[in-house]
Design a protein. Structure first.
Ligand SMILES: [Zn+2]
Ligand SMILES: [Zn+2]
Length: 343
């Protein structure tokens, strides 16, 4: 084994012992195994799905360390992986079975029997993580760990842009002002698309305005139409509205993950028929030899033309987790990504 620093026997983690029972505690540090490296986690984003895991739904078993939006440094490797030592890396959080039909086609997001950091097994709210080499997405020293920790939502945004075949001049609307919505807006804008962000309140649109994007309130949509509409909220109102504002023969890209049942009025459903709309669903991202949304977002981040850093609202150390979740759940401030920092 090769290391760049002494690895402590115990590490700090945030461990979920039950719904609403997240604890900052010590845990035995991983020991290195074959085909894996030990990563020191530098930043881990708090996903809105983590908030639901911690406070509402729980994880597949308890205790579990949540967190799947990670960047870090490779600090211990097996002798044959010497060239990886010290490298900066993002981590693709899905560990596929490599055996099912989807895996045979390298469509790993559709794997029928996968493991997942931070939900099905321990994840990134942790000082260290043992990571299969296959899941490493290395990046150059010039790029900050902090921005690279936006890689997971960023890869979903790239995937959404690719599935929507966004190109220069496309007239697109984005319904939703959260991190993924904003990332889609920024990347699409960067590609030269004509982007309008739709939100329910003028406060929710302030950030988009500050980035120079066009905005519309949900009350200002009468007679407005768009070739492509991104639905990034996942509730009835937004889904119905997306269908209404999509132009004839247009495309709706469904990104938002609904918490409740979705109901369509007959009048709205008819619009799908009459306008011959195309509806496309988005799940996770592509991570294979042909299409790798992770490499694509890291390249965009490294180019530095898109202000990804503006998407990070606050950072906390893991010991301040109560404040972090309190801010996310209770603060009235407009916030995007909040991260745990281990530097
Ligand atoms: Zn996430
Ligand atoms: Zn599989």
């Amino acid at each position: 084994m090769k290391t760049i620093e002494e690895i402590p026997k115990e590490m700090d983690v945030l461990n979920l012992h039950g719904i609403g029972d997240l604890r900052f505690e010590k845990k035995e540090t991983y020991t290195l195994t074959k085909d894996h490296v030990l990563v020191k986690i530098k930043y881990c984003g708090i996903c809105s799905s983590d908030i639901e895991r911690v406070f509402i739904n729980g994880t597949y078993h308890f205790p579990t360390i949540p967190g799947h939006e990670m960047s870090g440094q490779i600090v211990a490797v097996n002798d044959e992986d010497r060239e990886l030592l010290g490298r900066k890396t993002a981590i693709f959080p899905l560990m596929p079975c490599f055996e099912c039909d989807s895996c045979q086609k390298e469509e790993y997001a559709q794997c029928s029997n996968y493991n997942y950091f931070g939900s099905r097994c321990d994840g990134g709210y942790s000082e260290y993580l043992l990571v299969p080499k296959w899941n490493l997405v290395l990046f150059d020293d010039e790029l900050d760990y902090k921005i690279a920790a936006l890689c997971e939502p960023g890869a979903v945004a790239i995937h959404s842009i690719n599935i929507g075949s966004i190109k220069k001049g496309d007239n697109i609307a984005i319904s939703g002002t959260g991190t993924i919505g904003m990332m889609i807006a920024l990347v699409a804008h960067g590609k030269g698309a004509n982007v309008t962000v739709i939100g329910r309140s003028s406060e929710s649109l302030e950030f988009s305005k500050s980035l120079g994007l066009k905005t519309l309130l949900t009350t200002e949509l009468e007679n407005k139409t768009f070739d492509k509409v991104y639905e990034v909220v996942g509730n009835n109102e937004s889904i119905n509205q997306s269908i209404s504002i999509c132009d004839n023969f247009g495309t709706i890209i469904l990104v938002g993950n609904p918490k409740d049942n979705v109901n369509l009025d007959k009048q709205i459903y008819w619009k799908i028929l009459r306008k011959q709309l195309v509806l496309k669903g988005i799940w996770n991202s592509s991570y294979n030899q042909k299409v790798n949304d992770w490499k694509e977002i890291l390249e965009l981040m490294a180019e530095g033309n898109i202000p990804f850093d503006s998407l990070i609202s606050k950072e906390y150390s893991m010991s301040e987790f109560e404040d972090a979740f309190d801010y996310l759940r209770n603060s009235k401030e407009k916030k995007l990504k909040v991260m745990f920092k281990n530097e």
